[in-house]
Ligand binder design. Sequence first.
Ligand SMILES: Nc1ncnc2c1ncn2[C@@H]1O[C@H](COP(=O)(O)OP(=O)(O)OP(=O)(O)O)[C@@H](O)[C@H]1O
Ligand SMILES: [Mg+2]
Length: 508
Amino acid sequence: MVNGATQTSADPILSARGISKQFAGIEVLSDVDLDLLPGEIHALIGENGAGKSTFAKIVSGVHRPTRGTLRLSGETVEVPNPHAAQDLGITLIHQEPISFPDLSVAENLVMGRSGGGWFSRVPWAEITRDARKYMDLLGVQIDVTRPMRGLSIADQQMVEFARALASDSRLIFMDEPTAPLTPREVETLFAIARRLRDEGRTIVFVSHRLEEVRALCDRVTVFRDGIKITTEEVSDLSDDDIIQAMIGRPFQQYVHKVNAEITDIALEAKGLTEPGLFEDISFTVRKGEIVGLAGLVGAGRTDVARAIFGVAPASSGTVEVNGKEVAIHSPNDAIDLGLAFVPEDRAVAGLFDTLPVEHNITAAVPRQYAPNGFILPAREKELAEKSVEDLSIRLASLRQPIIELSGGNQQKAILSRWLLTDPQVLILDEPTRGIDIGVKAEFYNMIGAMAREGRAILLISSELPELLTLCDRILVMSEGELRADIPRSEATPEGVMQAAVPRSGHAA
Ligand SMILES: Nc1ncnc2c1ncn2[C@@H]1O[C@H](COP(=O)(O)OP(=O)(O)OP(=O)(O)O)[C@@H](O)[C@H]1O
Ligand SMILES: [Mg+2]
């Protein structure tokens, strides 16, 4: 919305008053008042664990508030479950959309729609026709008769949008939707969000990326420690204002690259090939060196990392560790050789959802707390406590199931698991995805310190500033091939992007 005057005069679509939420007696949201206006894109930002997802879940019926009221277009409403939310025109689009993989796209679109008759007399022709109509409205080409399984995350999100349209949602929450998307997919998502806004709908956009908030959003609300700090027009705030509101202190923005002594080759890939995924990948990472691996989503970076770590070994080519050719058939082989791999996808990363945070952190180092096969609980607790402190992981208790942590804090817990293995070669795949700006700086310093200890680091990242700040060298992959190897002194955003863009015009 451009005109501030129209905005203040519009009646809110949603008024939240005094919304509080406690989990097991711990208050994670306190007295939040927030008005959302029709026809605005409203950013919701804050550090990991600030309460953003919890607020979105309360409004969309996933959680009940402990106190407080919600008014929708002036009327007090109860939102006891997601079904009720949908009937009220409220949709939450999760980062990893929840769907029924074996059902078709069209079936998924109407799933969860209330009003009986689902199992009897399903008007298939109508459903399929409607589904096509919504895809057309969104301007996306997805065959609505195909199963959900196998759709890219971007396309799954489009289906979620279509679902919001199908239920005529007036209020759509998007919780960190852009993290797994390519720049082009982000543009598509933004274009759709803007169109929905221009139709008078309200979009709430949760993101850790300030540049996205600037590009897309009209107003921004900042949460800190469960409290709403401010709501303002985005254009009235500088980045520094926003960050200060988020972290409650001025932010020391610049991470200085501290040069480590770069010595012998720790990891070398020679001609790694897996037909259809990547071809003839050769590179080295030396002790003390931080090597970036840039590229667009789908370029094959994760596949290469998984091959090296033995998750899915390559069909040809070799890997050398400390100058010796090694056979890595499984992650255990890799761990024994001093390798560690922090994967991008938390679900794949071996998050043990229902186990306490403590066990999730210590899972990879049983030898450190059960030296003779018997667990020493005090030792395990001490290891976990230190990790929680080092990475400022926010939690109520080490005994809490990890699934109860906020998204970013789950990510930190997984990271700390691998740091505990004291790796000689550390492969990180999008390690700061979902991690807030305050912790990012701490994390960068930590990577720098690890390099100074003589560890070799391979950093896969889609964030160019991150690569340009931290890396001694940047490798660029595109379409399964290594297209560039750029030393720090010559690395520019343009140079990296140029090498990253597919030559054939479509992703590998
Ligand atoms: N089901 C739950 N049980 C217990 N505590 C929870 C539960 N869900 C969330 N919390 C806690 O509530 C707090 C707020 O979490 P929330 O997920 O809302 O944060 P967030 O702002 O979305 O953070 P992030 O940026 O990391 O996603 C966190 O401390 C989290 O551990
Ligand atoms: Mg969250």
